[in-house]
Design a protein around this ligand. Structure first.
Ligand code: NAD
Length: 249
């Protein structure tokens, strides 16, 4: 039998009550990780924790809004106090509030920046010192193909997804020498509640553009997170890996 790839690793996954985050929590649980589920609603957190535990994993949940720095600091302190270390942070929490440049409100712009960019900064800054003191750790950031190529109606979202690539490149330089790897994943269009909100016609057109003629599954992103979080990826640092079925070809 092969050893699970994340055995005994303490892994925090933000936005892990649904979609890609939940799939990642379940994949990490199956790979032997201790999974720390963080999301904004208690019921979703409890359900995700129960699903991880049903796979035999140690799992614990926190209601944690990534925009609230004191809450993030308290969760990080609690995890560190209980488990003694933090091995992996997956900065998955993210939102969309789409509008054309002409129509986008300041509120839409600010909210998406707050969650997708400032939230990633909060969690990473709160945890990086712990990883540096350990001499090891992995930070994984959720970018998007929209963070590589832009997208109509996503001024705010594209800025954040380009932004987390900037974080990734910068932190891989700053933290790499201290044993902490930082990488980003750039999914294409994945069938989660976020994408289900898009009109059916738009989804059909998107599928047609993918060179596999289908959208992606959350598990197909979770698989890459698990690999990047594991020691098998020990020499991968500062990369942005697209998982899109080749939509950009
Ligand atoms: P989703 O909307 O299905 O799930 C996002 C989760 O994040 C939800 O559980 C939500 O409650 C949580 N969340 C939202 N705001 C939060 C906050 N302030 N603090 C903590 N948690 C918060 O989204 P998804 O499709 O699973 O996307 C996950 C990540 O992957 C996002 O960063 C998204 O931008 C990125 N992504 C998704 C796709 C896609 O096609 N689905 C493509 C590229 C990138």
């Amino acid at each position: 039998m092969t050893t699970p790839r994340l055995l005994n690793k303490i892994c925090i996954i933000t936005g892990s009550a649904q979609g890609i985050g939940l799939a990642t929590a379940l994949k990490f649980a199956a790979e032997g990780a201790t999974v720390i589920v963080c999301d904004v609603k208690q019921a979703g957190v409890d359900e995700a924790v129960a699903q991880c535990q049903a796979l035999g994993a140690t799992a614990e949940g926190f209601v944690m809004d990534v925009t609230q720095r004191p809450v993030v600091d308290a969760v990080v302190a609690s995890v560190k106090a209980k488990y003694g270390r933090i091995d992996v942070l997956v900065n998955n929490a993210g939102i969309t509030q789409d509008s054309s440049l002409k129509k986008m409100t300041i509120e839409q712009f600010d909210r998406v920046i707050d969650v997708n960019l400032r939230g990633v900064f909060h969690c990473s800054q709160a945890i990086a010192d712990i990883m540096v003191a350990q001499g090891s750790g992995v930070i994984l950031n959720a970018s998007s193909i929209v963070g590589l190529y832009g997208n109509f109606g996503q001024t705010n979202y594209a800025a954040t997804k380009f932004g987390v690539i900037g974080f990734t490149k910068t932190w891989s330089r700053e933290l790499g020498p201290k044993g902490v790897r930082v990488n980003a994943v750039a999914p294409g269009f994945i069938t989660t509640p976020m994408v289900a909100a898009m009109p059916e016609k738009v989804l059909a057109d998107l599928s047609a553009k993918v060179h596999m003629r289908r959208l992606g599954k959350p598990e197909e992103i979770a698989n890459l997170y698990a690999f990047l979080a594991s020691d098998e990826a020990s020499y991968i640092n500062g990369e942005v890996i697209e998982v899109s079925g080749g939509i950009s070809l």
